[in-house]
Design a protein around this ligand. Structure first.
Ligand code: RB5
Length: 145
């Protein structure tokens, strides 16, 4: 599995912690920045990660900002991306099983680091269940009327 990861200044510290987790899990990743804690614009980081997942260069993406909301809104503008904003372990698992989410958004100012790392671990190791859930995803990709 190859993971693309990025954060703005509001999520920089958790990005570094998640990179350590990915190394412990022997998961290959690319850090799309930001590489310092300076103030930046989250769409500039959401877009390259999301596009690299949508075009198949990476299997999954992880985006962190202060709330996770800006990153998730920006990420879901990219066709083929299903970005889930997650702040608990239950939805981390179920969004993989039911939504086949391919990008995870987290808010560094919302939850503690231990929970954030458990969410990442759960999300990365949970599998899509397919079946009726695939039909529903197909309806999203085809547009909902
Ligand atoms: C930056 O201050 C903050 O707005 C950003 O990290 C994020 O929370 C946006 O949704």
């Amino acid at each position: 599995m190859k993971v693309a990861i990025a954060a703005d200044h509001g999520g920089y510290e958790y990005k570094e912690a998640i990179k350590n987790l990915l190394e412990e899990m022997n998961i290959e990743y690319k850090d799309f920045g930001t590489h310092e804690g300076e103030s930046v614009d989250y769409p500039d980081y959401a877009r390259p990660v999301s596009e690299s997942v949508a075009d198949g260069s990476f299997d999954k993406g992880i985006l962190i900002c202060g709330t996770g909301i800006g990153m998730s809104i920006a990420s879901n503008k990219v066709k083929g991306v299903r970005c889930a904003l997650v702040h608990d372990v239950f939805t981390a698992e179920v969004t993989r099983q039911h939504n086949d989410s391919n990008v995870l958004a987290l808010g560094q100012r919302v939850i503690g680091e231990g929970l954030a790392l458990l969410i990442v671990k759960t999300w990365l190791t949970s599998e899509f269940e397919g079946g009726r859930h695939q039909r529903r995803i197909d309806k999203i990709e085809g547009g909902c009327s």
